[in-house]
Design a protein around this ligand. Structure first.
Ligand SMILES: C[S@@+](CC[C@H](N)C(=O)[O-])C[C@H]1O[C@@H](n2cnc3c(N)ncnc32)[C@H](O)[C@@H]1O
Length: 211
């Protein structure tokens, strides 16, 4: 069994249970922004079946092609891929989504806003989520975040939660853990040859309700 089989199993089993526990809505509309290979999009599709609509957005066309091909192979038609924008804004109307997922999207190595894109993204989540909708943030690089002066600094979950709450959200406690999928797809780590599913990093899934 390859690591890709493990990842597919995670999407169908643990990932799908995570999404169901975050969102208790029938026929939800979901945004997975910066979806990469779409692991969280597929988890959402498995959680809600063909009843939901998942918009998988990424600036990298290869990611979208990969998702379209995989969805076709798995006969999943509820995922729609959409090209992302350089400015991290969304081409979606206000009050569209029941759930917005930002998995491994917040970090300091970002050029356009000098690592402060998380503020734009949080604003956009607030605009495009329905009132009472859920924002799920899965951050993995807290040690290289940037403060408001664009200086690298070590962040804590508490500090990040405070920032997001200040933009119109209330934090919801949970004990959910997401997976950092980067090493699965990184040629660098794959070449090193030691990537197993069990060795992938896990980190907190921070969930918020839009006020
Ligand atoms: C670290 S990966 C995270 C992928 C995925 N969310 C996951 O957890 O596996 C970041 C992704 O964001 C995408 N990205 C970067 N800038 C973007 C933008 N402005 N709009 C949409 N996607 C972007 C990249 O192409 C990449 O696929």
């Amino acid at each position: 069994m390859s690591i890709f089989d493990d990842v597919n199993n995670w999407e169908k089993d643990e990932g799908s249970k995570i999404i169901s526990s975050i969102l208790d809505v029938s026929d939800p509309v979901i945004l997975d922004y910066g979806c990469g290979a779409g692991n969280y999009s597929f988890a959402a599709a498995h959680a809600f079946g063909q009843k939901c609509k998942v918009y998988a957005v990424d600036i990298n066309k290869q990611c979208l092609d990969h998702i379209n091909e995989k969805a076709k192979g798995e006969k999943i038609s509820c995922i729609e891929t959409v090209p992302g924008r350089e400015d991290y804004r969304h081409d979606f109307d206000d009050d569209t989504f029941d759930l917005v997922i930002y998995a491994d999207m917040f970090h300091g190595e970002e050029k356009k806003y000098g690592g402060l894109h998380r503020f734009v993204m949080t604003e956009e989540a607030h605009r495009t989520l329905k009132k009472g909708g859920i924002l799920a943030v899965i951050p993995f690089h807290l040690s290289n975040f940037r403060d408001k002066d664009k200086k690298k600094c070590k962040y804590t979950y508490k500090k990040l939660i405070g920032e997001i709450e200040a933009l119109g959200f209330s934090y919801i406690e949970n004990d959910l853990q997401g997976i950092h999928f980067e090493k699965v797809y990184s040629p660098y780590y794959r070449q090193k040859g030691s990537v197993t599913f069990d060795s992938l990093e896990r980190g907190r899934i921070l969930t918020f309700v839009a006020k």
